[in-house]
Ligand binder design. Structure first.
Ligand SMILES: [Zn+2]
Length: 185
């Protein structure tokens, strides 16, 4: 049986509520960085982001850095997990770069790799600048991270795919179906 971390994640679904919460939280704490856990469900090849946690009094916030304390967020995650009957999972971590960049710093990337190697499963790491959010997928067992691309949007959430998954879909269905807006890496 393959281990959990070997699952190649193709994309994520982000509930609008969770996305709105990140934007609002980023604006509220600007110019300080904010952040927290990303909670949701693992559904085969996809991660479904349903909730995020907000900064807590134990976290350290500055305009250069957000350092999450393990304490409160872990309790929040555990509570959600119990409430969901063990389905809700810790699937990532988000933080803000208020007004400066959607790209991760070298410290961010190092942290992501560390978290994923401990968790032994792919996770999602959103960065929010207060206007939009970039979603990075960090896989376990390879050093790479990929920037996910927006693919579809409906009333519940937005669907993002890895560039590789988009290419596969295009190969199957033909380029025209998705219009010229899809760019390749
Ligand atoms: Zn950062």
């Amino acid at each position: 049986m393959p281990r959990e971390g070997w699952v190649v994640i193709e994309g994520i679904l982000v509930d609008h509520e969770a996305a709105e919460n990140m934007l609002e939280c980023t604006r509220q704490y600007c110019p300080l960085e904010a952040g927290g856990l990303v909670l949701g469900l693992r559904k085969g090849l996809y991660l479904h982001v349903t909730e995020i946690t907000r900064p807590l009094p134990w976290d350290r916030q500055s305009s250069m850095r957000f350092q999450r304390s393990p304490k409160g967020h872990r309790i929040a995650a555990l509570r959600r997990w119990r409430k969901s009957g063990g389905k809700m999972d810790w699937i990532g971590e988000w933080h803000s770069h208020p007004g400066f960049s959607l790209s991760p710093s070298s410290i961010d990337v190092r942290n992501w790799r560390h978290i994923v190697s401990q968790r032994k499963a792919a996770m999602v790491f959103p960065i929010c600048d207060g206007r939009e959010t970039a979603f990075y997928l960090q896989s376990w067992g390879d050093r790479g991270k990929v920037l996910l691309r927006q693919f579809e949007k409906d009333e519940l959430g937005t669907f993002y795919l890895t560039p590789a998954a988009i290419k596969r879909r295009l190969r199957k269905t033909g380029n025209e179906a998705f219009g010229p807006a899809v760019k390749f890496l």
